[in-house]
Write a protein that binds this ligand. Structure first.
Ligand code: ADP
Ligand code: ZN
Length: 726
């Protein structure tokens, strides 16, 4: 035995993608050399699973015979930064590291040998026998591209047997195609505009930060349409020139074809995409490309953070204020915050871009922790179109009507002048509530403590919490009386019905996530942009960054929805949404206007909205948050206890409440029934932990929950920095 092999590590600590706290020990068989970060196959009970080497040890601590690592995957190891990132995220959110690792392994195909594809191309030789079918195949094959048998057969309108027979005759030859299409290197000067003076300055500031190759967070703050995208493209170009990989994060809903085309034009190559619609084979390609460093630009939704980055050097988070960056199921994490963490661990800059930055980010700018560059509207327009308030307490509405007279008149005038109007209501479906007029019974979800929402187009009742569907009953399920079920309150479908009655000449369309997805949605948005419709009824789907040049009037039907919620960020969200939806108006040649229906015209938010004064509103909001000790001035964590049995769940929650430790600067609120007290048949009870910024809230939670073991149907979920309070 040589001296070297005597000191070779004999044990690998392997993290497995399971809800396990730490890594598991495995023996390293003779002849196998492992490095930390290597992907390995290991036995687990009767199965085999893929894991990542977290550490190597000279010897096992015990005499217990360890099972051996089965095999090693010939692919780049997971970087030390990435492993640190997983450990940090796990500690921050009190989530087993294995659950975080599972998010890294979301491309199963990447662990199978790459499959080659066989394609065919024409040879010089002529087949012994010629038929019209064979001639068609050869004609296409002679165009020069190697094609798979099925593709070639389809193009020629023949069966695949014709292709195979030609290959046997020697008129076609089989060639192996690379299993996965390679990524193209970006061309940094492929596209782009001549930047305005403001843009050029902002771009220069970001480039300077990128050149530092250090951790620094920069906020890019400017109204929609001010040209932020072009500016952060310059930061991306600078990072790409330095040889690193770049991640552009977007809320899933904003990952549209036109946006991707913009990236492609700017960088002269198709960026790698990562989101829920990406097919398995493409996921495999992107995963491998990110791991070996050939995928230089990735445009993705939040989970793209977990791809096995080889040399990530810049993250841009567009629409950084979006709550879609917070994942609530599985591992609850906030992708913007974790992007900043990744940048801090790997020492690279992070750019946050928004027209309505979150208060968290703005306060970080105030404190000097983040830098900021601002863009003014290059058209010299005010930040927002003129916003008028309609005091709904002073207008009379017919029952079942939601469009007030002043709004009606403005819409009519807009349509008459040949322009487009948008009526915005952030509620899907026909009516949020259905009641029986005979007995007062309301239709509820059988699995959740929530009303069923009528979706009239789909002729169904739907639960927006669990997705339960049922047909609209003819008779009241409670009292049996026929024909007395009535809708209460509006959804977009009902608003469209009212609009059709009151604007009989209008060409109306509804844009709502449940009615249009994918290509249907793309077509719908394009039709609106091209002016095929002149009255658009929409949910927040229409608010997100779309460009409708003919739109000059936005009517907000109910601005109070989020303000009245118990969400501490309700005001901030309302501001962002109002600014976004009002900002849809007047993006073309003509100026736009917005009219907002509210029962709270005296609310500071409404007043600031009318003046278009974001900073004064946010200053007030900061004071409110600071006084209440809410984020970003204090810390929050939620604990959600759930179980199928109401009493058992309650008892479990009470017992947990009783062992809450006392700690300075920490207040525990609850246990209290969650606002939606039953979801999917599970009763839900919440605690809210409020702490000052100095408190290590994770330490407090760990101490509190260390001996808590939910049994049977009971479950306990910790949500650090919660964004959802339902
Ligand atoms: P934001 O990201 O702030 O919403 P964009 O970068 O999308 O703004 O710019 C808005 C529109 O203006 C886009 O259609 C974009 O192509 C165009 N644009 C941006 N900068 C320039 C420029 N310097 N010259 C010409 N057009 C530009
Ligand atoms: Zn339900």
């Amino acid at each position: 035995m040589t001296a070297d092999s005597a000191t070779d590590p004999k044990v690998a600590e392997v993290l497995l993608p399971l809800a396990l706290e730490g890594a598991y020990s495995y023996g390293i068989p003779d002849g196998m050399t492992l490095r930390p970060g290597d992907f390995v196959a290991v036995p687990l009970g009767p199965r085999q699973t893929i894991g990542v080497v977290w550490a190597l040890k000279a010897e096992a601590g015990t005499d217990k015979k360890l099972r051996d690592v089965i095999g090693w995957f010939d692919m780049p190891a997971l970087s030390e930064t990435h492993r640190k990132f997983i450990d940090w995220l796990s500690a921050y959110y009190l989530e087993p590291a294995g659950n975080v690792l599972r998010m890294v392994l979301r491309a199963p195909g990447a662990f199978e040998p790459p499959r080659e594809q066989i394609a065919y191309r024409a040879t010089e030789s002529v087949p012994k026998r010629m038929t019209p079918q064979r001639a068609r195949v050869l004609e296409i094959a002679r165009e020069g591209f190697a094609m798979r048998a099925a593709e070639l057969a389809e193009a020629a309108g023949v069966g695949t047997s014709v292709v195979k027979a030609l290959a046997k005759d020697g008129a076609l030859e089989a060639v192996a195609l690379p299993a996965l299409r390679a990524f193209t290197e970006p061309d940094l000067n492929a596209g782009g505009f001549t930047l305005s003076k403001d843009q050029a300055q902002a771009a220069q500031a970001l480039r300077a930060v990128v050149a530092q190759r250090q951790h620094k967070v920069m906020l890019l703050d400017g109204v929609t349409g001010s040209g932020k995208t072009e500016v952060y493209f310059e930061a991306m170009a600078a990072a790409l020139a330095a040889g690193v990989q770049v991640l552009l994060l977007l809320p899933e809903i904003a990952l549209t074809g036109p946006f991707l085309e913009r990236v492609e034009k700017r960088f002269g190559c198709e960026p790698a995409q990562w989101h829920s619609d990406v097919r398995p084979r493409e996921r495999e390609r992107v995963w491998r490309g990110v791991a070996d460093g050939t995928a230089r630009i990735v445009v993705g939704a939040r989970s793209a953070l977990f791809l096995p980055w080889k040399k990530l050097g810049l993250i841009v988070v567009d629409e950084e204020h979006e709550s879609a960056y917070k994942q609530d199921e599985g591992v609850p994490y906030h992708a913007r915050d974790m992007a900043v963490l990744y940048g801090a661990l790997a020492k690279f800059p992070v750019v946050l871009s928004s027209a309505t930055p979150s208060l968290e980010t703005l306060v970080n700018v105030d404190r000097g922790r983040y830098g900021v560059v601002k863009l003014k509207d290059r058209h010299g327009r005010p930040e927002l179109p003129e916003i008028g308030l309609i005091d709904m307490k002073s207008v009379a509405l017919e029952p079942g009507a939601w469009i007030s007279q002043p709004l009606f008149e403005q819409v009519e005038a807009t349509l008459a002048s040949g322009d487009q109007a948008l009526l915005f209501l952030n509620r899907r479906g026909y009516a949020p509530l259905t009641l029986c007029r005979a007995c007062g019974h309301r239709l509820e979800c059988p699995n959740c403590a929530a009303s069923l929402v009528e979706h009239r187009f789909r002729r169904q009742l739907m639960c927006h919490h669990c997705g339960h569907l049922e047909p609209m009953p003819q008779a009241c399920p409670h009292c049996g009386v026929h024909g007395k079920m009535v809708p209460v309150g509006p959804g977009v479908e009902r608003l469209a019905e009212e609009a059709a009655l009151r604007f009989p000449e209008a060409r109306i369309t509804i844009l709502s996530s449940d009615l249009s997805r994918g290509t249907l949605l793309r077509d719908g948005l394009r039709d609106v942009a091209e002016g095929h419709y002149n009255l658009v009824i929409g949910t927040q789907l229409v608010a997100k960054g779309h460009h409708f040049p003919h739109l000059t009037l936005v009517g907000v039907v109910d601005a109070d929805l989020a303000l009245e919620s118990s969400d501490p960020r309700g005001g901030e969200r309302t501001w962002a949404l109002m600014a976004q939806v009002a900002g849809r108006a007047g993006r073309g040649a003509k100026p736009g206007a917005a009219l907002v229906q509210t029962y709270l015209p005296e609310h500071p938010l409404m007043k600031a909205l009318r003046k278009g004064d974001r900073d004064s509103y946010l200053d007030q909001e900061k004071i409110i948050r600071e006084t209440a000790g809410l984020p970003p001035y204090g810390r929050l964590a939620a604990i959600i206890i759930s179980g199928t049995d109401a009493h058992e769940t309650e008892r479990f929650a009470r017992n947990i409440g009783m062992i809450a430790p006392l700690a300075e600067g920490v207040t525990v609120l609850g246990p209290a029934q969650a606002p939606i007290s039953i979801v999917r048949g599970r009763h839900r009870i919440r605690f809210l932990v409020k702490a000052t910024r100095e408190v290590n809230i994770q330490g407090f939670l760990r101490l509190w929950l260390k001996d808590v073991k939910p049994k049977g149907s009971l479950a306990l979920q910790v949500d650090v920095d919660p964004y959802n309070f339902l």
